[in-house]
Design a protein around this ligand. Sequence first.
Ligand SMILES: [Cu+2]
Length: 149
Amino acid sequence: MIRTSRKALLLAVAAVTLAAPLVIAQTLPRTPAPAGASVYVISPANGATVKGPQVTVLFGLKGMGVSPAGMPMGATGHHHLLIDSALPTNLATPMPANDQLVHFGKGQTEATVTLKPGKHTLQLVLGDHNHVPFDPLLASDKITITVTE
Ligand SMILES: [Cu+2]
């Protein structure tokens, strides 16, 4: 009779821990937003049809100020424009920067973006000096526009 020590083999395998690379986004404290603050898209209007491909978006903010990223300056933040994109799911980390989540870290209050013909959604999120969304989240309504050639 051949006996293999399966139990010993399993224990050996269990003892091997795999050092899988972990990507942990840096968690930062969220800056409290003043009561009553809100962010909104001034233009284009929700449902508007606009000529593209260059579309100018005006950023609105009530109850707070706009300041460049990098230094905490009281109740101020900078705008982020989500293009055809959902809100970030993790609100305790700096927002990523990409074509669909554009930072305006110089304190811009408007931007001209290039959009292909068709329907697009736009939404603003205010971030603090670390690009972390405020607490509570300050995001505009998501608007939908149609861009023509
Ligand atoms: Cu930012």
